[in-house]
Design a protein around this ligand. Sequence first.
Ligand SMILES: [Cu+2]
Length: 162
Amino acid sequence: MDSVKVAATLAFVGGLALLLAVAVVLLFPAVAPTTPAAAEEEKPAVEITIIGGEIDGKFAFGIQGEDLSSPGPDIRVKVGETVKVTFINIGRIPHSFAVVSEKKFDAPVLFNAAVGSAARPVQPGEQGTTIFKPNKPGIYNYVCQVPGHIELGMYGSLIVEE
Ligand SMILES: [Cu+2]
């Protein structure tokens, strides 16, 4: 091949690659940003530290530095914002943090936003982090998924605004 043909071939291959990249972006615009890997690469717009536990028989959540309350404090974020929640178990028994649509311990987790679970809760004195990007406005619940703990007071609202 002479250099003109090589250049033409390279331009053709380059063009194809570009077309393919554009097609992928157009076909999967909503999917890519919601994967946990993509969310973790971005610097979170909001970082919140939530504490949870049972103090004087009260099962509750709170913002770090403030008192526990039931329901826990409202958490307000915006659609598409990358949110980092660190959950610290300040109680004496295992707890967890999860965003769900319904206040039921076995409700599905939304936005992949959970620290621990009913099966593998966060142990007393331990902490964990979840990074998520809510993609739909609404009023959701955050709860402790250990069975019985929602009923004892471990829930609050996650408000996702436009
Ligand atoms: Cu709990």
